[in-house]
Design a protein. Structure first.
Length: 530
């Protein structure tokens, strides 16, 4: 019966020119990513498991004949899958630039589609030439492709498949050894094993061996989940410190002449309200005060007066500028910055954001081609910070991360080696609107806590602000588009996992397997031609 169903579905997809089939199947990619998990609604508890079958259409389309049809169908599936992951970009409104943003969404989806297409075509090659080794080679190739998405000025490492397992916290603890990369590897491997079972029915082959391999894989997943559960039962040592998060929910999409005064008034009132419970640190969001806080004396003095009055340090986001080096196109370099203002200290400490959002905060590759600096697509034209600052105050050694930076696994892991005992992530997720974007962004922050076993205090201008413990458990959380204050405790401890100490060792293994596997496939292909 199952064999008949599988054959009918496969034949239906292949019959005639049903190009719309891959487009529709790609839409299901969104169902394995936030908000489709138990954090949003308990009814979605099983949805992340869709990630273990979501690549089966890609593998199926990549193997069909002729090659041109395989390329077309694989790209259409990939484009559709990318579109449902990144559709929220279309909600990042900017006056007069809406058409460019939508065009950018199509380009980004096409670019990610081409990346998935490349993976599909490599799968086609190794499936036909590498024998059974392909079940290890392809997941390794997928990991290397994900790594490539974290590199260069157009880096956009959003929604790796491994993030789908974040809400299954016992299983997700595996990332403390391998990083999110290991979880992605397991998901891709699971897709292959299920694909093999389905293929064996379609080809009328013996299914016993395929089921044995799948059973071994399932047993391994159970083992690491039990191991993760036992880890989470162990109490962690370290001192706890009281912090307050102020989610100001200031509308920056309609910024006007009086908006800065409004932002100052709201922030001042919330800082004083938060101080009533005597936290040891108060945290505000990215761009809480959209001004050059440290370069205009009246702004700096006003904030310093709040801090001196409440006698509590305040960390929040604003802008900063420095005189540009000689030969620069502009006279000043502008930065997206996190500031730490301490009582009685006339000088502020600051951290300039290092990982900038391409086309939004910086024009990619303008350092290599200075003429690009003259292109204006509405980007903020920030400069990249260079100093990996750790804020030290009242016993806290906080590594600050601004918005997009928290989604870079290797970047976070390396920064934490500077002696930080907690992460403070500030962001402005109001740009996303009420889409899946804020859910996915917050979900990726949780993975950084799991990877490094470190507390994260996340403050957003508009949800989700949260306290995350070193196992990735959410202790408190705000809602989207609410003005709220969270009070909580953060456990202060240094990152101490295998991943935190050894970094991307798993990537090196995947790179070795990928290169070896591709060379093997090429040799086999050349031998067959002879």
């Amino acid at each position: 019966m199952l064999q008949i169903i599988i054959k009918k579905i496969a034949d239906f997809c292949l019959d005639k020119n049903r190009w719309w089939v891959p487009l529709i199947t790609g839409l299901f990619f969104a169902l394995c990513l936030p908000p489709f998990n138990s954090d949003f609604n308990p009814l979605f508890f099983l949805f992340p498991l869709i990630s273990f079958v979501i690549l089966i259409p890609l593998m199926f389309f990549a193997l069909i004949n002729p090659l041109k049809k395989a390329i077309l169908y694989t790209f259409l599936y990939s484009f559709s899958a990318a579109m449902v992951q990144f559709y929220w970009i279309g909600f990042v409104t900017a006056e007069g630039l809406w058409h460019l943003i939508l065009f950018g969404l199509v380009l980004i989806s096409a670019a990610i589609g081409l990346i998935f297409l490349t993976a599909g075509m490599l799968f086609r090659m190794i499936y036909r030439t590498a024998g059974r080794l392909y079940i290890l080679i392809f997941p390794s190739i997928w990991i290397c492709i994900d790594l490539a998405r974290t590199l260069t000025d157009i880096a956009f490492p959003w929604s790796f498949l491994g993030y789908s397992l974040t809400t299954y916290l016992p299983t997700a603890q595996f990332a403390s050894i391998t990083g999110v990369w290991g979880l992605t590897f397991l998901i891709v491997l699971g897709n292959i094993l299920i694909f093999e079972i389905l293929s064996s029915y379609y080809k009328n082959e013996n299914q016993v061996q395929k089921y044995i391999h799948a059973a071994i894989f399932l047993l391994f997943m159970i083992v690491i989940s039990v191991w993760g559960y036992s880890k989470m039962k162990r109490p962690l040592s370290g001192s706890k410190i009281k912090m307050a998060i102020i989610q100001t929910n200031i509308d920056q999409l309609h910024w006007g002449n009086n908006s800065l005064d409004t932002a100052f008034d709201i922030t001042e009132r919330m800082v004083h309200d938060a101080a009533k419970q005597q936290p040891e640190l108060i945290i505000g969001p990215e761009s809480a005060l959209l001004c050059f806080l440290d370069r205009k004396s009246e702004y700096r003095r006003r904030v310093a007066e709040w801090v001196d009055e409440i006698r509590i340090p305040v960390l929040l986001g604003a802008l900063h500028w420095e005189i540009a080096p000689k030969g620069s196109v502009s006279d000043y370099d502008v930065f997206n910055t996190a500031f730490l203002i301490e009582p009685g200290n006339k000088k502020t400490s600051h951290y300039n954001k290092q990982q900038l959002v391409p086309f939004s905060e910086k024009m990619p590759f303008e350092n290599l081609m200075p003429i690009l600096s003259r292109v204006n697509l509405g980007e903020a034209d920030f400069k990249r910070g260079k100093d990996p600052v750790v804020f030290t105050t009242v016993g806290i050694k906080a590594a600050p991360f601004i918005c997009y930076e928290i989604i870079f696994p290797s970047f976070v892991q390396k920064r934490l080696k500077k002696g930080a005992n907690c992460i403070v992530a500030i962001t402005n997720d109001g740009w996303f609107g009420k889409t899946s974007g804020p859910y996915q962004h917050a979900n990726m922050a949780r993975m950084r806590a799991i990877e490094n076993r470190i507390s994260i205090v996340r403050c957003a201008n508009s949800g989700f602000s949260m306290f995350i413990d070193p196992y990735g458990r959410i202790q408190q959380k705000t809602k989207l588009y609410t003005r709220d204050i969270l009070h909580g405790e953060a456990l202060l401890k240094n990152a101490d996992t295998f991943y935190a100490r050894n970094g991307d060792w798993f990537l090196l293994i995947c790179a070795f397997i990928s290169v070896s596997g591709l060379l093997l496939s090429l040799c086999v292909s050349l031998f067959r031609k002879k």
